[in-house]
Design a protein around this ligand. Structure first.
Ligand code: ZN
Length: 346
């Protein structure tokens, strides 16, 4: 068992995951996908290692419709690992058609949010099961094959707090939360943070879990996020040591930029006098706009205010972890442009 980092970490977690009452906005409508139409069910334990079977989706107006009944486990694999179908039990009546084949349905689980607990294994379990904070899954610090589930995937867990991404707020309503046991960071006398690494075996646990969730709920790359992405002014987790690039390259989930596109922006003519633009409020407003369009809930001021610095830092934790200074620089700017080109906002 790892040494405890209890008192500081406990306050982080409790603060971070307190239940929120913010109003939700209209849920994001997923884009239609055209994937395999194979009807052969796939056993859930094989889902991570085989091509997942996904029902087709067609778009009518503003809404998506599945072309098969996703509640019917005989037609696709999506419900096999979803647990029970909950039905009403009205007095004097029966629910006659539990599997009535409506196409007009979709998953409520639209986002996956990764966290670190900043607590040891034992305290993480205790806090997440006995207080007002929670998560659907907890990946502990033991090198074994187990992952804890604390909340049913169909129910809401309290892990995100005040949060937003691409205009959607209160991500607790529509996300699966995964807490990872990791001490977080220490701060030296100069205020520099040193984050703790994730062991290889722990990363692989998280990656396998994320891959399974992404496949079953068809979570788009832009919706696999860290707590620091959706709450950049107050959260750092899962921090710069979490290997987001490997999730993309080895497991095919989440976002990452294309190197050639980044290089194109690095070498663009307007990048030659980059330093001279840094204090220009027009340029600051421009990169604030890009950060906002990419997803961060940043108010555009034209000034390098505290929220802007923390948002840049959160972006660097995720996409340029070697140097998360919170200062906009040419490489950060090139990566941001490359990502926005690859994952445009609607
Ligand atoms: Zn968190």
């Amino acid at each position: 068992m790892r040494k405890t980092f209890g008192i500081i970490g406990l306050s982080f977690l409790v603060f971070s995951c307190a239940p929120q009452t913010a109003q939700k906005k209209k849920p994001e409508i997923p884009k239609p996908t055209t994937t395999s139409t194979t009807k052969t069910p796939v056993a859930p334990q094989k889902a991570a290692s085989t091509t997942p079977v996904k029902p087709q989706v067609k778009r009518l107006g503003d809404y998506d419709f599945f072309t098969v009944n996703i509640a019917d486990a005989s037609k696709n694999d999506n419900t096999i690992s979803h647990g029970s179908i909950v039905s009403a039990n009205p007095s004097g009546y029966t629910i006659a058609k539990t599997y009535f084949p409506s196409l007009g349905q979709n998953y409520r689980q639209r986002y996956i949010i990764l966290h670190y607990t900043a607590l040891d294994d034992e305290r993480s379990v205790r806090v997440l099961t006995t207080q007002s904070v929670s998560s659907h899954y907890l990946v502990g610090d033991q090198n074994d094959k187990e992952i804890y589930q604390l909340v049913d995937e169909n129910k809401r867990a309290y892990h995100a707090g005040i949060s937003s991404w691409r205009g959607i707020e209160n991500l607790n309503d529509t996300s699966i939360g995964i807490e990872i046991v990791n001490p977080g960071y220490t701060t030296d006398s100069s205020g520099t943070r040193t984050f703790y690494a994730y062991p290889e075996w722990q990363f692989r646990k998280v990656a396998a879990l994320v891959k399974d969730l992404v496949d079953r709920y068809q979570v788009p790359p832009t919706n696999l996020l860290g707590h620091s992405d959706i709450s950049p002014t107050r959260k750092q987790d899962p921090g710069p040591q979490f290997p987001w690039e490997r999730l993309y390259t080895e497991y095919g989930v989440g976002m990452w930029y294309d190197q050639a596109t980044k290089d194109r922006f690095l070498n663009a003519p307007e990048s030659q006098n980059f330093e001279s633009q840094l204090l220009d409020s027009t340029f600051i407003f421009k990169y604030q706009t890009y950060l906002n369009q990419f997803g961060y809930g940043l108010l555009r001021s034209g000034n390098v205010d505290s929220a802007t610095q923390k948002t840049i830092e959160a972006f660097q934790y995720r996409f340029r972890p070697q140097n998360a200074s919170g200062v906009m620089d040419l490489e950060t700017w090139a990566i941001l442009q490359a990502l926005l080109e690859k994952y445009p906002a609607k």
